[in-house]
Ligand binder design. Structure first.
Ligand SMILES: Nc1nc2c(ncn2[C@@H]2O[C@H](COP(=O)(O)OP(=O)(O)OP(=O)(O)O)[C@@H](O)[C@H]2O)c(=O)[nH]1
Ligand SMILES: [Mg+2]
Length: 455
C-alpha cells in the first residue's frame, strides 16, 4: 500500500460542478506527464502557466480537453515532498474525468484516499499529528474546530510534544549513563533529582491532557440529545434546528426508531445533535431497542433537550422524563404552542422554566436556538486553551502519564534504576507514536482511510 515511487493523480476538489476543479499529480513522472499533456515544457517552479490540455483522439489526432492553469512544485518543496503538479481546470466532472484519464494513460495511477498527505508524512514533510490535522481541517464545521485543526497543522502540538520528548530523552540518557558506570552510583543524576525531573515531565503531560478534554469538546462538539414522549415533535425540532428534512416526521407516534445524529453550528460552537425514539413502554421489539438507544444517548449527553407536547395532556411518561433528567444539564421545551393548550395548570411548575416554541411555525424554534447558544456559550472553552483534541493522542498521552507516574514512584522509592528506565522508555514510545516516529502499517491505514481522495 505504501509504495511511493510511482506517480499518483486525483481530483482534489469536491465532486460536482464548480467554477474551478483542481487535479493534482505527485511523483517522479508528474512533471513529464503534464508537460506531455500540455505539449510544452519545462514547467517553471511555482509559477502559474496557462496551457491547453489535450488527449489523444481515436483517429490518432489530439483534441483539446480544457484550458488550464498549471503550477509545478518540484521536490522537495511541495505538499508531498515529491514533484507535484496542480492543474486548475473548469469545474466540470466531465473535464476533470478527461484529465484524470489522460494522466492515467500518461503513466499515473489513481491515488488512494489521503495518499498525498501520506506521502508528505512518509517523506518527512509533516509528522503524523499534522497529517491528522489536515483531515480535521477539511472536516471542520465550526470556526473553533478549524482553528484547532489549523494550530495542530501549524505544529503547535508537535512542538509541545517534541519539547516534552526531548526532556524525557535527556533524562533517560543520564540515567542510562549512571547505569553504565555503576561504581559511581547516580553520578550523572542524583536520585532526588531524577524523581524531580520525572515529576516535571509528568506535570507537562498532565497540562496537555487537561487541555485535551477542552479540545475534544471543540473537535467533536457537545452531545445534545433530544428526548421526549413519542409524537411530541422531537424530529421536527431536530430538522428545524438543522434547517433540513434530515429526520422523518409523521403524525404517527413511534416514527423515529434509531438515533439520528448531525453536527450543528450554534453561533460558532459545535454540537452533536441527536434525535431519538420517543421514550415510552414500547410496543414492538424494534421500538424497544430504539428506546434503549435513546436512554443510552441520554446517559452520555452533555445537554438534554426534553420535549413536551402542550397540545396533548401531560402523561406519566412526561413526569418520568422530568425526574429522569432532573440531575442533568437540560432545557425543557414546550412544543406545539401554535395549538390550543391541553394542559391543566403548569405541570412544569416545580421544574426549570419551559421554553415555549412551535417547531412547525416559521422561525418557531428561534427561542430554543437562542437558549441553546447561551447555554453552550457559557461552557465554551477558551479558544487558545486547547492544544490537543484527537482521541488517539489523548490515549497515548494517558499511557505516557501512567508510565511517568510509575517511574516517578519508583525513583522516589529508591528502586533500581532499571525499573525506572523501563517505565520512562514506555512513556517515550507513547510520545513517538503520537508524532508518528514509530508507527505500524495498520495505524497508518486506519488514519489515512478517513481522508477523502485527492487529499
Ligand atoms: N401544530 C404543530 N404540530 C407539530 C409541531 N411540532 C411537530 N408537530 C407535528 O407532530 C407530529 C409528530 O412530529 P415528529 O417530529 O415526528 O415527532 P417525534 O417526537 O419525532 O415523534 P416520534 O419519532 O414518533 O417519537 C407531526 O405530525 C408534526 O408535524 C408544532 O410545533 N405544531
Ligand atoms: Mg421522531
Amino acid at each position: 500500500m505504501f509504495a511511493t515511487d510511482d506517480t499518483i493523480v486525483a481530483v482534489a476538489t469536491p465532486p460536482g460542478r464548480g467554477g474551478l476543479g483542481v487535479v493534482r499529480l505527485s511523483g517522479p513522472a508528474a512533471l513529464a506527464i503534464v508537460e506531455r499533456l500540455i505539449g510544452a515544457g519545462p514547467l517553471e517552479p511555482r509559477t502559474a502557466r496557462l496551457a491547453t490540455i489535450t488527449r489523444d483522439a481515436d483517429d490518432g489526432a489530439t483534441e483539446p480537453i480544457d484550458q488550464v492553469l498549471v503550477t509545478a512544485f518540484p521536490a522537495p518543496r511541495s505538499y508531498t515532498g515529491d514533484d507535484v503538479v496542480e492543474l486548475s481546470a473548469h469545474g466540470s466532472p466531465v473535464i476533470l474525468e478527461g484529465i484524470l484519464e489522460a494522466a492515467v494513460r500518461g503513466g499515473a495511477r489513481l491515488a488512494e484516499p489521503g495518499e498525498f498527505t501520506l506521502r508528505g508524512f512518509l517523506n518527512g514533510r509533516i509528522d503524523l499529528v499534522q497529517a491528522e490535522a489536515v483531515a480535521d481541517l477539511v472536516e471542520a464545521v465550526t470556526p473553533a474546530q478549524a482553528r484547532l485543526a489549523y494550530d495542530q497543522l501549524d505544529g503547535t502540538l508537535s512542538t509541545a510534544i517534541g519539547e516534552i520528548a526531548a526532556a524525557l530523552f535527556d533524562l533517560i540518557a543520564r540515567l542510562e549513563a549512571s547505569l553504565d558506570f555503576p561504581d559511581e552510583g547516580y553520578h550523572f543524576i542524583e536520585r532526588s533529582e531524577a524523581a524531580d525531573a520525572i515529576g516535571e515531565v509528568a506535570e507537562r503531560v498532565g497540562a496537555l491532557l487537561a487541555s485535551g478534554r477542552r479540545g475534544r469538546v471543540i473537535r467533536e462538539g457537545r452531545q445534545v440529545v433530544i428526548v421526549g414522549r413519542p409524537n411530541t415533535g422531537k424530529s421536527s425540532i431536530f430538522n428545524a434546528l438543522l434547517g433540513t428534512g434530515r429526520a422523518i416526521v409523521t403524525d404517527l407516534p413511534g416514527t423515529t426508531r434509531d438515533l439520528v445524529t448531525e453536527t450543528l453550528d450554534i453561533d460558532g460552537v459545535p454540537a452533536r445533535l441527536i434525535d431519538t425514539a420517543g421514550v415510552r413502554e414500547a410496543g414492538d421489539a424494534v421500538e424497544a431497542e430504539g428506546v434503549t438507544r435513546a436512554r443510552g444517548a441520554l446517559s452520555v449527553a452533555d445537554l438534554a433537550l426534553v420535549i413536551f407536547d402542550r397540545s396533548h395532556p401531560f402523561e406519566r411518561d412526561d413526569t418520568e422524563l422530568l425526574a429522569e433528567t432532573a440531575s442533568m444539564s437540560r432545557l425543557l421545551i414546550v412544543n406545539k404552542i401554535d395549538r390550543p393548550s391541553a394542559w391543566d395548570g403548569d405541570p412544569l411548575a416545580s421544574a426549570d422554566e419551559g421554553i415555549e416554541i412551535s417547531a412547525t411555525a416559521p422561525g418557531g424554534v428561534e427561542p430554543l436556538r437562542e437558549a441553546l447558544a447561551t447555554r453552550l456559550a457559557t461552557e465554551e472553552p477558551r479558544r487558545e486553551s486547547a492544544a490537543i483534541a484527537n482521541v488517539r493522542h489523548l490515549e497515548l498521552l494517558e499511557r505516557a502519564a501512567a508510565a511517568l507516574a510509575r517511574a516517578g514512584a519508583a525513583a522516589a522509592a529508591q528502586v533500581s534504576e532499571e525499573f525506572v528506565l523501563a517505565d520512562l522508555q514506555e512513556a517515550r514510545v507513547a510520545f513517538e507514536e503520537v508524532t508518528g516516529k514509530r508507527t505500524t502499517d495498520d495505524l497508518l491505514r486506519r488514519i489515512f482511510s478517513r481522508f477523502c481522495v485527492g487529499k
